[in-house]
Design a protein around this ligand. Structure first.
Ligand code: AVI
Length: 313
């Protein structure tokens, strides 16, 4: 079946602007979407294999064991849309049972997406695969003209929704609603609130892959923006904040230092933090209430070992 790769290059242009805006703000931060260069994608895959980080494995096991029920609750769909598809591994089970005519996958990491999308098209010859290299946060609506008509399912697994602030979650779910259409569906997976000690360990794995993933952001800025971050002068620091219901990831400066990014000087105090990611954890009820504000009604809910998948229509 045909495989189309479309490149919407706006994401690359934003890196310098976003990074300088984040580094010159009162509290320094960089959007977590910039973790995912090729090395970052590989490191994230390694994180998913760590014993402490059960999120991906649990979702996979949940989807595999409840696939029949989930497919029955979904019914017939013509098009599956997966924003932030990454290596496209998660959607395979749904393709097996739902057999849609089209799969539209989107990711900011265009190279990873195009390789994975091509492989999917080979393995599922009856499905037309459209891969769009884009930052869907900015450009989701632009993808609409590349989607076939018919009933649509937006698939957003992996607790990626947890990397958005609560206010942005509602906005994104509204945009998914518009893209899916009135008869469309949303299947979404998210990590549940649980023992903070378990969460702490998941983001501080003993083998150090999460630390390497966090620090790789600086490697990327050194390479792509001509920055001169000294990695030995920053420490990965991640902790669970129960009142906010989120893991916070930071890179903490181990020295009073001046760093240059694209020729611009950025000063870090000793102990100053660069906030790189929030990873929100939800309860099923909490998520249902947020989804309701975006006009989604619950159609099904499956839970396993601290992870949930919900179906909305
Ligand atoms: C992609 N996202 C859901 C992961 C998470 O758990 O927030 C990214 C990650 N960050 C550190 N470890 C994994």
């Amino acid at each position: 079946m045909p495989f189309h790769f479309l490149d919407f290059p706006s994401a690359r242009d934003d890196l310098l602007v976003d990074v300088l805006a984040g580094l010159t703000a009162r509290t320094k931060s960089i959007p977590p979407k910039y973790f995912y260069d090729e090395a970052g994608c590989r490191l994230f895959e390694a994180i998913c294999r760590q014993p402490e980080y059960a999120l991906c494995r649990t979702e996979q096991a949940l989807m595999a064991s409840r696939l029949g029920d989930i497919a029955a609750a979904i019914g017939e769909v013509d098009c599956i849309i997966e924003p932030g598809a990454g290596d496209c591994r998660k959607v395979r089970g749904l393709l097996d049972v739902l057999k849609p005519a089209q799969l539209a996958i989107m990711d900011i990491a265009g190279n990873t997406l195009s390789t994975a999308g091509r492989k999917l098209a080979d393995d599922y010859p009856a499905v037309a695969v459209t891969a769009i290299g884009m930052d869907f946060i900015h450009d989701l609506e632009a993808a609409a003209s590349h989607l076939s008509s018919g009933r649509r399912l937006v698939y957003y697994p992996g607790s990626s929704i947890g990397n958005f602030s609560p206010a942005d979650v509602a906005g994104l779910l509204e945009r998914f609603r518009k893209l899916a259409g009135n008869d469309g569906l949303l299947l979404i997976g998210f990590d549940l609130k649980k023992d903070p000690e378990l969460l702490h360990r998941a983001y501080n794995d003993a083998a150090g892959f999460t630390a390497a993933f966090n620090l790789n952001l600086l490697v990327r800025l050194n390479r792509e923006l001509g920055a001169d971050f000294d990695l030995s002068r920053f420490r990965h620091y991640a902790f669970y904040h129960p009142a906010e219901g989120r893991i916070e990831m930071h890179l903490v400066s181990l020295a009073d230092q001046l760093v240059h990014v694209s020729g611009q000087g950025v000063h870090f105090d000793l102990g100053e933090t660069l906030h790189t990611e929030n990873s929100y954890k939800f309860s099923c009820d909490e998520f249902r209430l947020i989804a309701k504000t975006a006009d989604w009604s619950l159609r099904g809910e499956w839970e396993k070992d601290g992870f949930a998948v919900q179906l909305y229509g």
